[in-house]
Design a protein around this ligand. Structure first.
Ligand SMILES: Nc1ncnc2c1ncn2[C@@H]1O[C@H](COP(=O)(O)OP(=O)(O)OP(=O)(O)O)[C@@H](O)[C@H]1O
Ligand SMILES: [Mg+2]
Length: 348
């Protein structure tokens, strides 16, 4: 498989009054051409910082302490701001968390979509409008021709998110990064937007990085899933491997906290405790204090990755040959069962 993006041993820190925040601590992953990779983890785990580094959109107090990002074999870290401007939006596009802040309330939608094309490519106003119309149709805005003249506030939240996607797609980017594009919207719209991204991907062959804190959302759309915790990837695998054979207790917790939606007395499970302070990261496994299956060594030493298959690896001492065999808690297994049954219904 052709790799379009390679992230190698990325270490990012932020200078703050309280000291250095070690936000990203040795992140490695690849993105293959045409695939959808989901990056999942709790708030503060480093999902946005990782993707903002790929776009080189970090705040001024950020340091890339170590690591390499290769886009089609070329280093992103070494590029000048001018070179990045050619890549940003054109070759790597990003959809941000809140659609309203990404749109200009004083400009019609047609103009906004067309302008974003004209920023990167020499096309006439008329060609820009034609491209805008095609894209609004592609992202499913009904009556697109008429609506080109409407302003952002005249659209629903879901439609605005579609328009933001249209703007991101206008230059036919090779990578589309969607940073939690659906948190502000209700579940049905989330599902529709995800379906839409998937449909679009079939038509234009973009590679997608999809960021979310909700594993349930990505089950139907991700080819591979990377789970992040406290600035590291702690497990990565195909969607099948992560959903059916998860190995890290943190992944178990995330899977256990997916809402099952259908049972009346459904208690929402939350992983107890909170992530470590990244001003002073722990020397052992960062998940140690919250891990009910923690071993003595977790307090002492960072676990390495243990490989389960060519595509699946997890960083937990539970996979060491001498570790005791443990099974995920029954409550979590019960949730998986409900979830799997639903998945099967959908795919049937
Ligand atoms: N400009 C900054 N200055 C200092 N620390 C920062 C800065 N930006 C991010 N961080 C820290 O980096 C860590 C990772 O943040 P990031 O925004 O990547 O989290 P996230 O996984 O995207 O969370 P969320 O799901 O809430 O969006 C956090 O501990 C955060 O406090
Ligand atoms: Mg974020």
């Amino acid at each position: 498989m052709e790799k379009i993006l390679e992230v190698k041993n990325l270490n990012i820190s932020f200078d703050t009054y309280a000291g250095k925040v070690r936000a990203i601590r040795g992140v490695d992953f690849d993105l293959n051409k045409g695939e959808t990779l989901a990056i999942v983890g709790e708030s503060g785990s480093g999902k946005s910082v990782t993707t903002r580094t790929i776009m080189r959109l970090l705040s001024s107090n950020a340091n890339i302490d170590e690591g390499e990002i290769l886009f089609k074999g070329e280093s992103i870290v070494d590029k000048t701001e001018k070179e990045m401007q050619k890549i940003r939006g054109r070759e790597i596009a990003m959809i941000f968390q809140d659609p309203m802040t990404s749109l200009d309330p004083t400009m019609t939608i047609g103009k906004q979509v067309a302008e974003s094309l004209r920023k990167h490519k020499k096309v006439s106003k008329k060609e820009g409008m034609k491209a805008a119309l095609d894209l609004l149709n592609l992202v499913g805005i009904p009556d697109a021709e008429k609506r080109l003249k409407n302003y952002p506030h005249q659209f629903s939240g879901g439609q605005r998110q579609r328009i933001v996607i249209a703007i991101a797609l206008i230059c036919n980017p090779e990578i589309l990064i969607a940073d939690e594009p659906t948190t502000a919207l209700d579940v049905t719209i989330q599902a529709q937007i995800l379906e839409l991204l998937k449909e679009i991907q079939e038509k234009i062959e973009t590679s997608i990085i999809f960021i979310t804190h909700d594993l349930g959302v990505v089950a139907n759309v991700a080819d591979r899933v990377a789970v992040m915790y406290a600035g590291r990837i702690i497990e990565v695998g195909t969607a099948e491997e992560i959903f059916y054979n998860p190995q890290h207790p943190y992944t178990w917790g995330l899977l256990g906290s997916m809402p099952t939606l259908d049972s009346e007395n459904d208690r929402l499970y939350a992983i107890p405790g909170s992530p470590p302070d990244l001003l002073d990261p722990p020397k052992g496994d960062a998940f140690y204090p919250r891990n009910e299956f923690a071993l003595k060594i977790d307090a002492e030493m960072e676990p390495p990755f243990f490989e389960l298959s060519a595509t699946h690896k997890a960083a937990t001492w539970l996979l060491a040959p001498q570790a005791p065999k443990v099974t995920p808690p029954l409550e979590i297994q019960r949730r998986w069962d409900i979830f799997r049954k639903k998945q099967n219904q959908y795919s049937a």
